[in-house]
Write a protein that binds this ligand. Structure first.
Ligand code: SAH
Ligand code: SF4
Ligand code: F3S
Length: 488
């Protein structure tokens, strides 16, 4: 369904009747109710009311923000880019401590805006809100926050915002411990008209010992293939050419469905969709990456030549402690199988340094894997202690100066190998999906190849959303400069 169809359903709702119990109709009802209340407030204020949703986390968090924006626009709020707005919603992340601290830091600034704007409301949602100590702290020291909800009831945003609009003097808190259902079919405001994320599953069952995600996102749940296909067909009808299938571990997709389906089979169905040019996915856990998936990727050119394959550590001992369930050797063997089947594939990764008990030798194993695999790029993280995870209570936490030194050495290596690896396409012609006008130079446009590498080349805004062939003239580290070649 596109946003016009929601508009028709919502316009026909009678808010004098009680709210329906079944979803998503209950939320359509509250969109209409909030819309009336907002119109009343806006009438008194003599101006339209504005909103800003800020994303702090990963692609899944970003996709949730698109859903929240869709609902807020449907309610009648106008989207603005500043946090000096009438409703500011922070969609939080807590995967590392710094994501968490940033939120508290920025709340002070929001409070100063709120003191000057009698209509302003502040909402907090997302992963950080699933932690008890966070909500306790907010209740004690951040009373100016109007609304707090978590990851399991994000679909209820319209209902909660309606309640907050009715009671601007209260702090409304709704946190659930698990998801009772997956509610889709709600309005979405996509960042790009031509590409979109699509959730294929929620939650995570892996419990890597350092990671808080399973605690704040709950157990793994897959959506039915038919629902995913219908959603993508709807997106394609609405102008989308590229989708990114999203899940914490897409390789275990479908295992818990009543009629189990493998991720590879789902991909095969997705590539059949007419009008869809590119399919990406994220994230692949190495332990579950099947030969069937490698085969399917090799077979269908619509599947992007890119795999994000988080390594975390190159030491088999640390991997065992992390509960990753693969070894250095099995990871390297997997990379060999992938490269044998898809030689031009780009591999990217995530690496953690300073996991409790990591010795210099363990760290050297990580450097060794980076040398051997030659990633196109890598996200490198300093281990962050997350309360409630098994690793947080382990002895042998690594001193800060040692971690910092290892981090710098790792970063230097991934940058060096990344540059060398990325430049291997110089002189080739590649298809590029144009995303935007270049931010520094208006005579250029910026797009991505299917392996996710960025390319800048001369062009204008009319190319945005198109796939064009570009000659790659020069590699500058992690991106290319090129020029368009006409194809007939
Ligand atoms: N589901 C994905 C990862 C999601 S979190 C996967 O399994 O690969 C994204 C990345 O954050 C992880 O890959 C890991 O490298 C990093 N990360 C997670 N918890 C962390 C922690 N406690 N400290 C530092 N980095 C962490
Ligand atoms: Fe975290 Fe591991 Fe789940 Fe990824 S697979 S979200 S790292 S627990
Ligand atoms: Fe952060 Fe939650 Fe994603 S903790 S990384 S926003 S799943």
């Amino acid at each position: 369904m596109n946003n016009q169809s929601y508009e028709q359903i919502i316009n026909s709702i009678d808010t004098r009747k009680p709210a329906p119990e079944n979803e998503p109709f209950r939320q359509y009802y509250f969109i209409e109710r909030a819309r009336r209340k907002l119109a009343e407030i806006s009438g008194k204020a003599g101006r339209p009311l504005t909103f800003n949703v800020v994303t702090f986390g990963c692609q899944m968090n970003a996709r949730d923000s698109e859903k929240l924006r869709g609902i807020l626009e449907e309610i009648g709020y106008r989207k603005v880019e500043t946090e000096d707005a009438d409703l500011v919603l922070y969609n939080t992340c807590t995967v590392r401590e710094n994501a968490n601290t940033r939120v508290y830091g920025r709340l002070g600034k929001l409070h100063s805006y709120k003191k000057k704007n009698p209509h302003m409301m502040i909402g907090l949602c997302g992963c950080m809100m699933q932690e008890d100590h966070v909500v306790t702290k907010l209740k004690e020291s951040y009373r100016f926050v109007n609304l707090i909800f978590g990851t399991h009831n994000i679909y209820k945003a319209a209902e909660l915002i309606s309640e907050a609009l009715d009671h601007p003097d209260r702090m409304i808190i709704d946190i659930r411990q698990s998801s009772d259902r997956m509610v889709e079919q709600l309005p979405v405001d996509r960042k790009y008209p031509f590409k979109s994320g699509v959730n294929i599953m929620y939650g995570c069952n892996n419990f890597c010992s350092y990671c808080i995600v399973p605690y704040v996102r709950g157990r793994e749940k897959s959506r039915e293939p038919i629902e995913i296909i219908q959603e993508i067909e709807g997106l394609v009808a609405d102008g989308v050419r590229e989708v990114m299938l999203l899940g914490q571990n897409v390789n275990s997709y479908g295992k818990t469905l009543e009629n189990p389906v493998s991720f590879a089979r789902l991909l095969e169905q997705v590539v059949q969709i007419d009008g869809l040019d590119r399919v990406r996915f994220m994230t692949s856990h190495p332990k579950d990456l099947s030969d069937e998936l490698i085969e399917v990727m090799a077979k269908y050119p619509k599947i992007c030549r890119h795999l994000h394959l988080p390594l975390q550590s190159g030491s088999t001992k640390i991997l065992k402690d992390m509960n990753r369930r693969y070894t250095k050797e099995s990871y390297l063997a997997l990379v060999d199988r992938i490269r044998a089947a898809i030689p031009d594939i780009s591999l990217t990764t995530d690496i953690i340094v300073g996991y409790p008990g990591e010795t210099e030798d363990d760290f050297l194993e990580t450097l060794d894997v980076v040398e051997k695999v030659r990633y196109d790029s890598a996200f490198t993280f300093i281990y962050s202690r997350r309360s409630g995870t098994p690793a947080a209570s382990m002895e042998d936490q690594i001193p800060e100066d040692v971690v910092k030194d290892r981090f710098d050495r790792l970063l230097a290596l991934v940058q060096k190998t990344g540059r060398e690896q990325t430049s291997r396409f110089t002189g080739q012609d590649k298809d590029v999906l144009v995303e935007q006008i270049n931010e520094q130079d208006e005579s250029l446009v910026t797009g991505r190849m299917d392996n996710n590498i960025v390319v800048h080349f001369p062009g204008d805004g009319s190319l945005i959303g198109q796939i064009v062939t570009v000659h790659l003239d020069e590699c500058h580290g992690f991106y290319y400069m090129g020029h368009r070649i006409e194809t007939v």
